[in-house]
Design a protein around this ligand. Structure first.
Ligand SMILES: [Zn+2]
Ligand SMILES: [Zn+2]
Length: 343
């Protein structure tokens, strides 16, 4: 099969590889669309240590079942499917509690951090266990379905956020996850969403996708602007989708007393925390990792266009153009959101 192989850091090549071998509970999926994730870009140069070559990356994908392992009962060849990026064991303490994203034996597709290597979906075929796979409705294109992984990350974060009907929510960072969080917050009952970013084009998208107020933190005093539209109190909840000290500070300062902040961004491994402000204003901090059981609802929300992903897809290109798109994304080409490759 053809595969986009990371041969060495910063060296991607479309090459011929053998098809993955199938375990008894595995499905062989003919990949139709696979999105390039920010984590693939950060892994591509070795900076995260989570994409040790040689590796086929890619964990945001959809396709058609080509073959099934001998003990597969829930799927048959020809079925359109998508799958979770997390391969969880289903048996450990956390899996049994339904916290599959916290599985003790968690592996991620298209990742090789040293302890394991799981080839991903930038290839004609990928092997995935049936228990992480979900059928797709006909109404959902493979390209839109490749966005479900990102949607599930945003939906999971909002599920963990104590948002109530009528609340004001601040979303710091209007990248892919922030723009999806805006839409999920709206569905969860936030009556007013304030988007914060440094990039005007992203703020325009935020407005298009449901943010009532868009604030460029380069030009505006975000804390004051949020207070101005919340009777001086601050927002009820906030989502931080960047992951550095500045963004965390902005999110915390925009909250009212007793507000809650959900943290998804984790660009920097450590940040500065205004401890006294958090303690004395009784702020609740909540980390959010990947997703845990939100795939079916995300598939439904996308199929019914309750969450829009079309405006977030910048390009759809054949797998052969993969190396060039990785270069472009790595070099920070402007105005690019999601790039989807078609193996
Ligand atoms: Zn991803
Ligand atoms: Zn587990």
């Amino acid at each position: 099969m053809k595969a986009l192989l990371l041969e060495a850091y910063k060296q991607l090549k479309v090459t011929e590889m053998s098809e993955p071998t199938l375990g008894p509970e595995d499905l062989l999926v003919r990949v139709k669309a696979c999105g390039i994730c920010g984590s693939d870009i950060h892994g591509f140069d070795g900076s995260t240590g989570r994409r040790v070559p040689p590796l086929i990356m890619g964990h945001e994908a959809a396709g058609v079942v080509a073959k099934t392992g001998e003990r597969v009962t829930q799927f048959r060849p020809g079925q359109r499917v998508t799958f979770d990026s997390t391969v969880y064991c289903g048996k450990c303490h956390f899996c049994r509690r339904g916290e599959v994203n916290l599985c003790d034996h968690r592996e991620v597709l298209g990742v090789s951090p040293g302890e394991y290597r799981r080839h991903g979906a930038f290839a004609e075929y990928v092997a995935v266990p049936q228990h992480i796979t979900h059928p797709l409705p006909d109404a959902l294109s493979f390209e839109d379905a490749a966005m479900i992984e990102a949607v599930s990350v945003a939906v999971h974060a909002v599920t963990l956020t104590p948002v109530k009907l009528g609340d004001t929510a601040v979303v710091v960072g209007s990248g892919m996850i922030g723009l999806l969080a805006i839409q999920a917050l709206r569905l969860a009952g936030a009556a007013r969403i304030i988007a914060v970013d440094l990039d005007e084009s992203r703020l325009r998208l935020a407005a298009q996708l449901g943010a009532e107020v868009s604030l460029n933190s380069k030009q505006r005093d975000v804390t004051r602007a949020v207070r101005d539209c919340t009777s001086g109190r601050g927002a009820d909840v906030a989502v931080e989708a960047v992951g550095n000290s500045a963004a965390l500070g902005t999110a915390l300062a925009s909250l009212r007393k007793g507000g809650a902040l959900t943290l998804i961004g984790n660009l920097a491994p450590r940040v500065e925390l205004p401890l006294q402000s958090v303690v004395t204003r009784q702020i609740r901090l909540q980390g959010s990792c990947a997703s845990a059981g939100e795939y079916p609802v995300c598939i439904d929300l996308l199929a019914r266009k309750a969450i829009q992903v079309g405006p977030l897809i910048s390009a759809v290109a054949p797998l052969a153009e993969g190396p060039a798109w990785f270069e472009r994304l790595y070099n920070g080409a402007p105005n690019l959101m999601k790039v989807i490759l078609q193996p």
